[in-house]
Design a protein around this ligand. Structure first.
Ligand code: GLU
Ligand code: ZN
Length: 276
């Protein structure tokens, strides 16, 4: 059974890029007689305050999509805590009280002028707090210990970079670093909740924009550490505007509801994103 999902963060109107992502996931499930699920990634309560979830559901229904389940991440905090407890019991977490400024200072001090590198989780953390108790601050994954426990990682991609991808632990240490798994104000993070919920929802094929391709190694590692099965990955190209810029949610001019108000039909939207 093929199970796909569309997982928007309800922090603004859906735009053409979202329509594309939702249709790709929906059509893959429908073509296979499988299930298409929705997930509201609303762990950032501040940014998700605006009631955009309902507007998003309206847009998806207008597009003609149907779904077989809907999960709000804001209801899942106990599951994220259980996952953190499990990783902590394995000795893989530590507490970090660094600010972004602290991290920048620590990174730029010795190299003098060399720009700190940005990975799929932002600045590669220099490990200042490694070994600190988990009782304060954000929780980070001790990546050295983690890759030692899960050394041979690979994943299957069927989208933009098709094939079997082997994850290089050394490259991951230098390009990703000790990722934050729980922010103090949220009790979780994007990486942790996406992995816990894809497993909970039984997702077999993760379709999403290729901007998240580099994050996949983090997700595969977390799946292995927690004994969760790893889905097939299908990253797709991002829809860009006429100037080649990525469409951002704040770009209200490109919101689906704007096209709707101007009289576009769902078939027009499919054509505009190249899925007509
Ligand atoms: N919520 C994420 C976004 O809006 C997508 C997460 C995912 O597909 O893994 O970009
Ligand atoms: Zn720190």
């Amino acid at each position: 059974m093929v199970v796909t999902r569309f997982a928007p963060s309800p922090t603004g109107p859906l735009h053409l890029g979202h329509a594309y992502a939702a249709i790709v996931a929906h059509d893959m499930a429908r073509a296979a007689g499988g299930r298409f699920l929705l997930r509201m990634e609303d762990i950032d309560r501040q940014r998700s305050r605006g009631g955009w979830d309902q507007a998003c559901l309206d847009d998806l229904a207008w597009l003609g999509l149907t779904w077989d389940g809907l999960l709000y991440q804001s209801t899942r905090l106990p599951a994220y805590q259980a996952a953190l407890d499990r990783l902590e019991a394995m000795g893989l977490l530590y507490g970090c009280t660094c600010t972004r400024g602290d991290i920048k200072a620590a990174l730029s001090a010795p190299q003098g002028g060399i720009l700190p590198s940005e990975g799929p989780d932002g600045l590669v953390y220099p490990g200042t707090c490694r070994g600190k108790p988990v009782t304060s601050g954000a929780l980070r994954l001790d990546l050295t210990r983690a890759v030692n426990r899960a050394p041979h990682l690979e994943f299957t991609e069927t989208g933009t970079r098709p094939g079997l991808h082997r994850i290089d632990p050394l490259q991951m240490l230098s390009e990703v670093g000790d990722v934050v798994l729980a922010r103090r104000d949220m009790g979780t993070s994007y990486h942790l909740s996406v992995v816990v919920d894809d497993a909970f929802q039984g997702v077999t094929h993760v379709t999403r924009g290729e901007d998240l391709f580099e994050a996949t190694q983090i997700h595969v590692l977390l799946q292995r550490l927690m004994g969760l099965s790893s889905p097939i990955w299908h990253h797709h190209a991002l829809i860009r505007d006429d100037e080649g810029r990525r469409l951002a949610k704040r770009d209200d001019a490109r919101a689906l509801m704007t096209y709707r108000a101007e009289g576009a039909t769902p078939a027009d939207i499919r054509r505009m994103v190249g899925l007509g």
